[in-house]
Design a protein around this ligand. Structure first.
Ligand SMILES: CC(C)(COP(=O)(O)OP(=O)(O)OC[C@H]1O[C@@H](n2cnc3c(N)ncnc32)[C@H](O)[C@@H]1OP(=O)(O)O)[C@@H](O)C(=O)NCCC(=O)NCCS
Length: 177
């Protein structure tokens, strides 16, 4: 699997990406709304080894690196969770290196991933799970046309603290229109 947009390349993550990915994933302040922040390079190695090697396998996470075409540098990553046993639904999540925020790269890469999920993998529904305090992520999914479907109260335990969770969703029919 390899996707290409105007400015970006999206391809499966590999162990050789570990240094570039650790450099921004370890930023605990920027990634404060995420359930997991690596503390060591070994944490990232274990993460890369654990994700599925194959795309579209039910009940697994598949992880892609986002590269800038012109520099071939990794600017972030996108995870796809094939959570549905019938394999018709997926969850996505995006993390960008702080140096590349506010330039439309997340919107551009997620648009391409969503296209791929609906057109190539024939998914019916794509969801995103977001901490209600994560305003940039909320703007991102609303810009992409996701609909807010649920606000769960203290439904996720993050670092020993119960936090709320908002679920946004997009149907294939929404995207097509
Ligand atoms: C979530 C995250 C990826 C969003 O990144 P982002 O930079 O806000 O999103 P984009 O890359 O799409 O950039 C969009 C912004 O760039 C602006 N922009 C600037 N130049 C642009 C261009 N050429 N094209 C499009 N948008 C552009 C847009 O106006 C928009 O700003 P706004 O939100 O104030 O309206 C980022 O905040 C992040 O990595 N956070 C940490 C990890 C995290 O919490 N992930 C969420 C897991 S669900």
């Amino acid at each position: 699997m390899k996707l290409e947009t105007h400015r970006l390349i999206i391809r499966p993550i590999s162990l050789t990406d570990k240094h570039e990915i650790f450099a921004y994933r370890c930023d605990a302040e920027t990634n404060r709304y995420q359930g997991w922040v690596p503390k060591t390079l070994q944490d990232i190695e274990a993460f890369i080894q654990k994700v599925s090697k194959q795309v579209n396998v039910p009940e697994t996470w598949f992880q892609c690196a986002i590269l800038k075409k012109e520099s071939q540098k990794i600017i972030g990553d996108v995870g796809i969770h094939f959570f549905d046993r019938d394999n018709k639904q997926a969850e996505i999540g995006c993390t960008l290196n702080k140096a590349y925020h506010n330039r439309g790269y997340a919107t551009e890469s997620l648009s391409s991933i969503i296209d791929y999920l609906f057109s190539e993998l024939h998914k019916h529904r794509v969801i995103v799970s977001i901490d209600p305090e994560n305003k940039t992520s909320i703007r991102l999914v609303e810009r992409l046309g996701f609909r807010k479907e649920a606000h769960f109260i203290e439904s996720i335990l993050v670092n020993g603290k119960w936090v709320d969770d908002i679920v946004y969703a997009l149907l294939r029919a929404d995207w097509a229109s």
